[in-house]
Ligand binder design. Structure first.
Ligand SMILES: Cc1cc2nc3c(=O)[nH]c(=O)nc-3n(C[C@H](O)[C@H](O)[C@H](O)COP(=O)(O)OP(=O)(O)OC[C@H]3O[C@@H](n4cnc5c(N)ncnc54)[C@H](O)[C@@H]3O)c2cc1C
Length: 295
């Protein structure tokens, strides 16, 4: 089975979303055509997020895996879903040679949404029980705690429960403040979480985007970011320019601080990825060389 953590650390991974509903997949494949030229270790595909079709997640992840020969990771959520529906999707993924799953709870609209599953840990346990080692399972983590968690410590305890079920690695919620991420990572290590933690970075491309992101996930926005959004917010091109520069510097600093991987939330903007990639490539490969030399 293909496991990206067996490749050189730090890993370099991308997230995309599939087309919504019956929309054509051509545009998404055009994005993937560009993204694969940056040699990511994997490309993950969101599931049901923002109204995207779940069938399209299966189709696009399979395409990444089989047409491009790049490791495809299918996001899978469990709220409001039955075991039978999950089995159906897992069977299709398996038949299409997709063996990597990011197992998630999914967002709740209200408690009645829950159905047969209450937490991502139950989905992870389900996949392990039904499929053994057929899939490598990854889980989400939250450097600023999940918005519903009463405390960071309680959220970390539940994260440890997911890790103890045998997840291969963790992908973090996006954050803009590297100090917050590194302090949280120390706390995670202190309670015995040993899995590689891939740091989630989202380039800011508009003032509206940052308001939405902060509302959804509660990420802290450093003064420096607020300042450039306030100063250039009326001009989208200028905010995007500043956002790309910020994300590039953020990644360079994270690599210097020995993160095990970078996960770029690409928002299907291949040109933004191209700009960031150009800015970080020599640092990424220098770091990979250093990791390899140190054994
Ligand atoms: C990298 C990443 C990718 C994502 N991709 C998608 C996607 O494709 N589609 C989508 O719809 N959403 C996606 N999401 C959003 C995700 O579904 C939400 O953040 C969701 O609210 C929580 O999912 P989880 O898997 O972290 O849940 P969980 O791990 O279940 O945690 C959710 C909350 O429950 C608490 N908790 C966990 N276990 C217990 C327990 N046993 N008892 C009490 N409390 C508990 C946790 O502390 C936390 O507060 C993604 C998030 C991330 C970080």
């Amino acid at each position: 089975m293909q496991n990206f953590f067996e490749k050189l650390a730090p890993s370099y991974t991308f997230e995309i979303f599939p087309p919504k509903g019956n929309a054509s997949t051509a545009g998404t494949y055009a994005v993937i055509d560009s993204l694969v030229s940056f040699n990511p270790d994997l490309i993950s595909v969101t599931y049901g997020a923002g109204g995207s079709s779940r069938d399209n997640t299966v189709e696009i992840t399979s395409g990444i895996q089989n047409k491009y020969n790049v490791c495809g990771v299918a996001h899978l959520t469990c709220v409001g879903t039955t075991r039978k529906e999950l089995r159906d999707i897992l069977e299709r993924l398996k038949a299409n040679n997709v063996r990597n799953i990011l197992a998630l709870r999914g967002d709740l609209k209200d408690e009645s949404d829950l159905g047969e599953f209450h937490h991502a840990s139950e989905l992870i346990a389900f996949i392990k029980e039904e499929y053994g080692n057929d899939f490598d399972v990854f889980a989400a983590c939250y450097p600023e705690k999940h918005p519903e968690a009463p405390s960071l410590e309680e959220d970390l305890r539940h994260l440890k429960e997911k890790c103890d079920l045998g997840v291969k690695g963790l992908i973090s919620q996006l954050f803009f403040d590297n100090d917050i991420f590194c302090e949280w990572r120390e706390k995670a290590r202190a309670i015995g979480i040993t899995q590689p933690i891939i740091a989630g970075v989202m380039p800011i491309t508009s003032a509206a985007q940052i308001s939405k992101v902060v509302e959804l996930c509660g990420a802290s926005v450093p003064t420096r970011v607020r300042r450039f959004v306030d100063a250039y917010g009326h001009h989208q091109g200028a905010v995007k320019e500043a956002g790309i520069a910020y994300a590039t510097e953020q990644i360079i600093d994270l690599l210097a601080r020995d993160v095990e991987g970078i996960h770029l939330y690409t928002m299907n903007q291949a040109d933004t990825v191209r700009r960031i990639d150009a800015g970080i490539r020599s640092v990424l490969y220098t770091k990979r060389y250093a990791v390899r030399s140190n054994g």
